[in-house]
Structures are given as C-alpha cells and as structure tokens.
Design a protein around this ligand. Structure first.
Ligand SMILES: [Zn+2]
Length: 227
C-alpha cells in the first residue's frame, strides 16, 4: 500500500429515531465501505465474553444491577476500535448518548490523534413517522406486511397472498407510543445535535424517502468522508 493512502480509521456517529431505518442503513454502510457498526449493547456483550479488563469491570457492575459507567464504556470502545476489523473505520450507534459521553469520546479519540469525521442525523417528519409506523399490520397466516394508508389488501380484510382473514398489529406500534418514542428521542438527542453542530461535523440526511434513496444520499456523504 502506498503510504499516502494510509489514513486514520473513520469515526462516524449515526443518529436516528426508532423506525428511521438506522440498522438497515448502517449494514449497507458496513458492506459498502468495510466499516464496523458498534452499538453499546454489542460492545458490552463482546467485552464481557472476551474477558478483557474493561469487560470484567462491566460484568461486575452489571451483575450488581448497576449501570456501566461512561469510563468503562469508553475503555471498551477504545479496545474494540483498536482491533484489526475496525481499520477502515466505525459507525457508532447508541454511543455517545449524552454530551458528557461525547466529550469522553472526543478525549479518547484525541489520545490517538483521531477525531469524529461526521455525526450523521437521519432526519424524519414526526407526524409522517407516526402514520407510517402506527399503520403497519401483518397477516396472521403468512406474515405478509400491510399498511392502513399505503398497502391495503386488494380484497378488504383478506390477505392477498394466502387468503387469511386475521391480522395482527404490534402493541407498541400504536400512534401514542410511537409519538412518545419520537419525542423521547428528540429530547435525548437535541443536546448531541447541538454539540456536533458546534463542532461543524453534523450532517443531516433526509430519512423520509425510499430506503434506496436514503442509502444513496448516505453513501455519497460517507464516500466523500472515506476519500
Ligand atoms: Zn397471508
């Protein structure tokens, strides 16, 4: 490899409310750019399983029924990012969750001459999101997905695929629950949005379109960063 092509691993933060397709988009970024998505839950489970120092500390805290401290999570993240599969870069999902954690992450990255390349926010229209999510239902026979507004069976109350007449809805997909999940997300994320906006690394992606269109915009953005 030419020395000029060796660059520090990219550090991307992916922000997006439940239902915005964050997981799907992160997997596509992994495939296209060789990035590794790191979620807090996976990091903790991995470190505990691997029995690293930080993993042992996390295990003891969790067994005592306490929340793992930012310091331990940051140490686990540092260990994980040093592994060879993260050489191209990482997509952080669910961390940082607070500005205190964001500052800890900046400190961690500064110690290895790294920085956050972008905090990418998947932007949604809350009213439209409530309609989309709360309208979903599924055929109880074959699992085919339907929607009150966007995809009704051709014959009312009868599955197009298998003819079944019973349908199910996820209890937590009702409009009120979805709206409150969204407002909780915005309340929690607003300080982080401000934090990364102030650093000049915040990038917004319109996440209300088709999955492929969102993917195209996101991959163009990440492609520029990875160049
Ligand atoms: Zn069916």
């Amino acid at each position: 490899m030419d020395a000029a092509t060796i660059t520090a691993p990219a550090v991307l933060i992916l922000l997006g409310p439940p239902g915005a397709g964050k997981g799907t988009q992160a997997r596509m970024l992994e495939d296209k750019f060789g990035l590794v998505q790191l979620s807090t839950g996976d990091l903790l489970r991995g470190a505990v399983a691997a029995g690293t120092e930080a993993g042992k500390a996390a295990k003891a805290v969790m067994e005592a029924g306490d929340l793992v401290s930012d310091g331990i999570v940051t140490a686990i993240l540092r260990d994980r990012m040093a592994e060879t599969d993260c050489a191209k870069g990482v997509i952080l999902d669910g961390f940082p969750r607070t500005t205190v954690q964001a500052e800890a992450l900046d400190g961690l990255l500064a110690s290895t001459d790294q920085k956050i390349n972008a905090a990418i926010s998947l932007e949604v229209d809350d009213t439209e999101m409530v309609t989309r999510i709360s309208g979903r239902y599924t055929c109880a026979g074959c699992g085919e997905g339907y929607h009150d507004t966007y995809k009704q069976p051709a014959e009312d109350g009868k599955c197009d695929k298998c003819g079944h007449t019973e349908f199910t809805r996820r209890a937590d997909d009702n409009a009120e629950t979805v709206a409150s999940r969204l407002s909780a997300y915005h309340a929690q994320t607003a300080p982080l949005i401000d934090y990364y906006q102030a650093q000049g690394v915040l990038k917004g992606i319109d996440a209300m379109g088709q999955i492929d269109d969102i993917a195209r915009d996101l991959q163009a953005l990440v492609g520029d960063i990875m160049d």
